[in-house]
Design a protein around this ligand. Structure first.
Ligand code: NAD
Ligand code: UDP
Length: 336
C-alpha cells in the first residue's frame, strides 16, 4: 500500500515530530493522536477499523496536521514522507475481538510488526510497540516485574494475542540488535477510559454499560480474580515519556496502575458511582483467564519519572460520564 501523506518539509518545532500511529482509531490510539497533535506533531493515523471506530477520530479529521488512512499493517507499508516516530498500536485488545479472528490477530502481531519495523528501518524512525501485561500470562510471580518471563498457555484461546505480542517483542529486540533500530516496548496493563466501545467486551465498559441500563452486571467466575486498572490519560503520558526517553532506555517498560482490585470490587464501585440497582450475575470464567495481575512500575518511575496520577474513582466517574452521554446517542459506534 502506498500512502500519500500531507507531511512535507521538516518538523516545525524542536519537539514536534512526524508521527505514524497504527491503530490510531482505537481506544488508546485516538487519545494518543489527540495528545500528539496538541504537542504540535503531524500525525498519520493508520487503522483498518477492525475494533476501532472512525467516530473516535472524527473531531480530528479537519485538523491541518492530521491524516486518517484506512489501511492494514499486515500489508507492506509505504509512506512518501519522512517519519520520525511510529507508535505501533494496531491490534484488537479485547479478548472478544482478538478471538473473533485469531489467525488474523497473530498475523497483525507478527506480520504487522515486521512491516512496521521495515518501514522504521527505511525511514530511520524510532518505534514504540504497544505490548501488554498479557505476555506474563497467568503469572506465577506477583506483582509482575519486567524481568518475569511469564506463564502463557501457547495453545489456548488467548494465545493468538499473548503469543503474538510476545513474538512482536522478539522482533523489536532483534531489529534493535541486528539493525540498530531505536525501539521502545511498553508493557501496558489494563487501561480504561472514554472511547472504549460499548460492545467492546472488556470489563470496565461492560460493567458501566450494564449498570447504566439497569441490566445484570456480568461477573465472570467468582469475581476474586484481580486486575490493576490505569486511566487512559495516565497511560498516554507514559507512552509519550517512554517514546521520548534517551536511547539508553532499551528494555521493556511496564505501564500500569499498581492499585489492584478484584473484579467483584470493580463491579461494586461501578454500581456505587452509577447509583444503579443492577444485580451482580455470576457467569463462567473464560478459559485461561489470569487470576492476578499487578505491575511493578519501578522502571517507569526510575527511568521516566512516571507514575499514575488518576485515582480509580475519578477515572471511573469520567468514564461513566462518557458512557452516559454516548448510550443516549443513537449513532453510537458499534463494531460487529
Ligand atoms: P482497540 O481495539 O480499541 O484499538 C486497536 C486498534 O487497532 C483498532 O482501532 C483496530 O481497528 C486497529 N487494528 C487492529 N488490527 C489492525 C490491523 N491489522 N491493521 C491496522 N489497524 C488494526 O484497543 P486499545 O485498547 O486501544 O489497544 C491499543 C493497543 O494497546 C493494542 O495494541 C493493545 O494490544 C495494546 N494494549 C491495550 C491494553 C488495554 O487495556 N487497553 C492493554 C495492553 C495492551
Ligand atoms: N470480566 C468479567 N465480566 C465481564 C468482562 C470481563 O468478569 O463482563 C472479567 C474477565 O474474566 C477478567 C477481567 O474481568 O477476569 C478483565 O477482563 P478484560 O477482558 O477486561 O481484560 P483481560 O482479561 O484481558 O485482562
Amino acid at each position: 500500500m502506498t500512502i500519500q501523506s500531507p507531511i512535507k518539509g521538516s518538523a516545525r518545532a524542536r519537539r514536534a515530530h512526524r508521527t505514524l500511529v497504527t491503530g490510531g482509531a482505537g481506544f488508546i490510539g485516538s487519545h494518543l493522536c489527540d495528545a500528539l497533535l496538541q504537542r504540535g506533531d503531524q500525525v498519520i493515523c493508520l487503522d483498518n477499523l477492525f475494533s476501532g471506530s472512525i467516530h473516535n477520530v472524527r473531531p480530528l479529521v479537519n485538523h491541518p496536521n492530521f491524516t486518517f488512512v484506512e489501511g492494514d499493517v499486515r500489508e507492506p507499508l509505504a509512506i512518501d514522507a519522512d517519519i520520525d516516530r511510529i507508535y505501533n498500536l494496531a491490534c484488537p485488545a479485547s479478548p472478544r475481538h482478538y478471538q473473533r479472528d485469531p489467525i488474523g490477530t497473530m498475523r497483525t502481531c507478527v506480520v504487522g510488526t515486521m512491516n512496521v519495523l521495515e518501514l522504521a528501518r527505511q525511514k530511520s524512525s524510532r518505534v514504540l510497540q504497544a505490548s501488554t501485561s498479557e505476555i506474563y500470562g497467568d503469572p506465577e510471580i506477583h506483582p509482575q516485574p519486567e524481568s518475569y518471563f511469564g506463564n502463557v498457555n501457547p495453545i489456548g484461546p488467548r494465545a493468538c494475542y499473548d503469543e503474538g505480542k510476545r513474538a512482536a517483542e522478539t522482533l523489536m529486540f532483534d531489529y534493535f540488535r541486528l539493525h540498530g533500530l531505536e525501539v521502545k516496548v511498553a508493557r501496558i496493563f489494563n487501561t480504561y477510559g472514554p472511547r472504549m466501545l460499548e460492545n467492546d467486551g472488556r470489563v470496565v465498559s461492560n460493567f458501566i454499560v450494564q449498570a447504566l441500563r439497569g441490566e445484570p452486571v456480568t461477573v465472570y467466575g467468582n469475581g476474586t480474580q484481580t486486575r490493576s486498572f490505569c486511566f487512559v490519560d495516565d497511560l498516554i503520558r507514559g507512552l509519550e515519556l517512554l517514546m521520548e526517553s534517551p536511547a539508553s532506555v532499551t528494555g521493556p517498560c511496564n505501564l500500569g496502575n499498581p492499585h489492584e482490585v478484584t473484579i467483584e470490587e470493580i463491579a461494586r464501585e461501578v454500581l456505587t458511582h452509577t447509583k444503579s440497582t443492577s444485580p451482580l450475575c455470576f457467569e463462567p470464567l473464560p478459559k485461561d483467564d489470569p487470576k492476578r495481575r499487578k505491575p511493578v512500575i519501578e522502571t517507569a518511575l526510575r527511568k521516566l519519572g512516571w507514575q499514575p496520577r488518576v485515582a480509580l474513582k475519578d477515572g471511573l466517574q469520567a468514564t461513566i460520564a462518557y458512557f452516559a452521554l454516548r448510550t443516549a446517542t443513537p449513532e453510537f459506534a458499534m463494531v460487529p
